[in-house]
Design a protein around this ligand. Structure first.
Ligand SMILES: *Cc1c(COP(=O)(O)O)cnc(C)c1O
Length: 453
């Protein structure tokens, strides 16, 4: 009997996160102030974030202790299972061994609470009473709503308008946890009013919702702070609990991955699984191929520029060096809502640029085809975001079959797709199409990058 489940005891939940900063092969680039384009001071960041998170952002400690109250909440669903997809292997008739780390078992169905919980915790410790954040498809908003509920924090969420109407059930989860949810653009902020003046029917975008949430925090006179669900270093560090567990679980399976694969929107779930394995590449002589997968319709790593850009549409958030499609990028309305950000985490960008991480883009239809194939073999309907990783895992398993090689493949199933049935329905009705982002629009957006140095 081939073993399928590799489960860790509750007591084996990691006690520290892995911080990649000291192991990065290239020095980190400074974060710049959006107005002066000079390196930001902790004072500027402290308007938005509690000091503990700012310190994690720049920390050079390799391991950061996970506070006990955070571990106590993690244990509601962690450690998460590592599963071997034996039925998918059989369906593909591949000699490859396919493993996946399943983050869809969290209460809100994705990896996002791994950072929402510590972010709420550190804010509570610092005396914060209220937070503001944005959400695209609603996964981050529901994770943050749950975390704020646990720590008794007030939360205002700017939800991209098109998703607010298309995905009402996620909004109901946020309501249930006591958060206030607004369809962005709103008339509550300058950024929102400007967008509505330009286009009263504006469907919104993640970059714009970030502008609204940042403005809400920055103009609150210190009463309200801001939380970001991806991109920043501290977010990626919190997510490494995924990969640290997976390293132990692969050991239980007595195998080591040749491939580690994750989808990448802002890069947090990808880094969460990949960075502990990347540590083994960088410091321990391992040679795992590490692949970050993005949609061909939002190709920041494969077709964007590695340059300094604003984190948001209104150019009010800090400027960072990253792969970007330009902060003025308006993403096409593909269904993997969590992958529609114009930029990419600075550390993931640096690692792609340096050749330690491979970036790949896949199209929408082949991605849904992979998700359906996976679900028919393994029973789980992946989130459309996670399906990008499934696509590349299947591609590599088929490549191994062609070459007759027994490769070991590990991918991150970052969430389930139970709130994405409209997308699956559209796919099965033949109503989805492929969309490649036109080069002319990439080029146009590049003319709006800040002129740094
Ligand atoms: C938000 C989300 C993503 C994309 O965000 P990252 O920060 O790149 O991980 C991927 N998968 C799921 C299920 C998500 O909810």
């Amino acid at each position: 009997m081939t073993r399928r489940q590799f489960l860790l005891e509750e007591s084996r939940l990691p006690k520290a996160w892995y911080n990649i900063n000291p192991d990065l092969p290239v020095p980190p680039q400074p974060v710049l102030h959006p107005k002066t384009l000079e390196p930001v001071t902790p004072d500027f960041l402290s308007v938005l974030f509690p000091m503990a998170l700012i310190q994690q952002e720049v920390s050079t400690e390799r391991y950061l202790e996970i506070p006990e109250p955070v571990r106590e909440i993690y244990r509601l669903w962690r450690p998460t299972p590592l599963l071997r997809a034996t039925r998918l292997e059989k369906a593909l008739d591949t000699p490859a061994h396919i493993y996946f780390k399943y983050e869809g078992v969290s209460p809100v169905g994705s990896h996002k609470p791994n950072t929402a919980v510590p972010q709420a915790f550190y804010n509570k410790e610092a005396g914060t009473k209220a937070l503001a954040t944005e959400t695209g498809a609603g996964q981050w908003g529901s994770a943050m709503a749950m975390a704020c509920n646990f720590f008794g924090l007030d939360l205002e969420i700017f939800m991209v308008k098109v998703s607010y109407h298309q995905k009402p059930y996620r909004r109901v989860i946020m309501d249930n946890f006591g958060a206030k949810v607004f369809a962005s653009p709103t008339d509550r902020t300058h950024a929102g009013r400007a967008a509505l003046a330009a286009d009263p029917e504006s469907p919104g975008s993640l970059g714009l919702a970030i502008s609204e949430a940042v403005e809400t925090a920055a103009t609150s006179g210190g009463a309200r702070k801001y939380a970001l669900g991806s991109v920043l270093g501290h977010v990626l560090t919190h997510q490494t609990v995924i990969g640290l567990e997976a390293l132990e679980q692969m050991e239980m399976a007595d195998e080591y991955p040749d491939f580690v694969i994750g989808c990448a929107g802002g890069g947090s779930s990808f880094a969460g699984l990949a960075y502990p394995f990347l540590r083994e590449n960088l410091t321990n002589g391992k040679k795992t191929k590490i692949i970050a997968v993005e949609p061909a319709s939002c190709p920041s790593m494969t077709r964007g520029k590695y340059a300094f850009d604003y984190g948001d549409t209104a150019a009010s958030a800090p400027v960072m060096k990253m792969h970007t499609l330009g902060h003025t990028f308006i993403p096409p309305s593909i269904h993997a809502g969590g992958l529609r950000y114009h930029g990419m985490s600075p550390s993931v960008s640096a690692l792609v640029d340096h050749g330690d991480v491979e970036a790949r883009a896949v199209k929408q239809l082949e991605t849904f085809a992979a998700a359906v194939e996976f679900s028919r073999a393994e029973g789980i309907l992946p989130a459309p975001e996670s399906a990008h990783a499934v696509r590349v895992a299947i591609d590599e398993a088929l490549e191994a079959k062609r070459k007759g090689e027994k490769k070991v493949i590990l991918f991150n199933l970052s969430g389930h797709g139970h709130f994405d049935m409209m997308a699956y329905d559209a796919y099965h009705r033949g109503q989805l199409s492929d969309h490649e982002y036109p080069q002319s629009q990439v080029d146009e957006a590049m003319t709006h990058l800040p002129k740094v140095g």
